[in-house]
Design a binder for this molecule. Structure first.
Ligand SMILES: Nc1ncnc2c1ncn2[C@@H]1O[C@H](COP(=O)(O)OP(=O)(O)O)[C@@H](O)[C@H]1O
Ligand SMILES: [Mg+2]
Length: 366
């Protein structure tokens, strides 16, 4: 059952309104001045408030201002009942954050129309707010869980590492060939596990970090990432072509990570080609400012596209290319945090292009 609070100092009008509302099945509370209205709001937390503007003790605008300040009452839909004469009053009241107003003399249709419209709207808002709050809380929990688990896993892992090292250093001489191989397998697996845990920690740290916006020279950033790359000896060194790419409004540290991940992938996944070529460029696609990193490497099968950006998901085996599958999930997290999108196109054996869009930087020529 919906509850309505009617705050109105003119008794006949107040009672007439309450009669109409009660007849429609609402539970109605009445207050004869603003102060009483605020108290009753706090007590009953009604679904909607109808409030006169001109009243003794505390006027309607003061009531609205007081309720908008309180966490428990600030979202309650608030409708002013006004005398038509006070146009500027209405405007300033609406500016205070009232949801609607109805004119005196109040007609039944206008009254019920305003109330149902407002209740419908607030239902939708309430659902959305609840949904968002739930999602935020789940996200936080998951993040905290990932952090806690990763930290907890590191302790036993350090013990495994330490003891296998001691075993290797002190007993290698008395182990036979199979024994040594088993030991090596334990060591490489625990190294792999440490990488996975660090990846998970890095990912959840990334999710928690707030963006620090600035104007970033993307050319210089890409150039500096290219200069910092340490090439693995198993992979061919590619030719890297850097086009003239425009500045962006973004978090420089995060954008560095995006380039590091996309470029190291491009290098790795094209590193078995005879002549690997990587191109970093920019274009405007459907009014969106889009940066891309393109390679002519092994590509991937678009059939598995939905897995591409998932945490720990990999489309190539560990034997083909080493990795843990966290880089692209970090890239996605960062770009989406900036309000952009990231996507990719791959053709098996021909290459892959990763695209990411960023909101247009004010004043950028495009
Ligand atoms: N440039 C690329 N070319 C082909 N496949 C790629 C490319 N970049 C990423 N991938 C695919 O996406 C998967 C996830 O990438 P990423 O999260 O960076 O993890 P990792 O590189 O550690 O495997 C990779 O395992 C690979 O299968
Ligand atoms: Mg990677």
């Amino acid at each position: 059952m919906r509850t309505i609070l009617v705050i109105e100092d003119e008794q006949p009008l107040r009672e007439a309104i309450c009669d109409i509302l009660e007849f429609e099945g609402y539970i109605v509370f009445q207050a004869e001045n603003g102060k009483d209205g605020v108290e009753q709001t706090l007590q009953h937390l009604p679904d909607i408030i109808l409030c006169d503007v001109m009243m003794p003790v505390m006027n309607g605008k003061e009531v609205l201002a007081a309720l908008r300040l309180k966490e428990t009452t600030r979202l309650i839909p608030f409708i002013f009942i006004t005398a038509l004469s006070g146009r500027s009053d209405i405007r300033s009241a609406m500016e205070l954050g009232a949801d609607d107003y109805i004119n005196k003399p109040v007609t039944r249709d206008e009254l019920l129309g305003a109330i149902t419209a407002r209740l419908k709207k607030s239902d939708v808002i309430l659902k959305k707010t609840r949904h968002t709050a739930e999602l935020e809380s789940i996200n936080k929990d998951l993040n905290a869980f990932a952090q806690a688990v990763s930290h907890d896993l590191k302790t036993p892992l350090r013990a495994v590492d330490g003891y296998t090292k001691m075993l290797h250093d002190d007993y290698a001489g008395i182990l036979d060939k199979d024994g040594l191989r088993y030991l090596e397998t334990i060591r490489s697996n625990s190294a792999k596990m440490r990488e996975l845990i660090d990846g998970l920690l890095e990912f959840s740290r990334q999710r928690k970090t707030e963006i620090a916006h600035s104007r970033v020279n993307m050319n210089n950033l890409a150039r500096s990432v290219i200069a910092d790359i340490r090439y693995e000896k198993n992979y061919k060194i590619p030719e890297i072509i850097l086009g003239d790419i425009p500045d962006a409004g973004c978090d420089e540290k995060m954008m560095r990570q995006v380039f590091v991940n996309l470029l190291s992938n491009a290098i790795k996944y094209s590193g078995k080609k005879d002549k690997p070529v990587i191109e970093i460029g920019h274009s405007v696609i459907n009014n969106e400012s889009v940066y891309y990193v393109k390679d002519n490497g092994v590509g991937f099968d678009m059939k598995y596209y939905s897995k591409l950006f998932g945490v720990f998901h990999r489309l190539h085996s560990q034997n083909e290319f080493k990795g843990i599958g966290i880089g692209l999930s970090i890239v996605k997290e960062i770009i989406e945090k900036h309000g952009g999108r990231v996507w990719a196109e791959g053709i098996v054996d021909e290459g892959t292009t990763f695209y990411f869009s960023l909101p247009e930087l004010a004043g950028n020529p495009s």
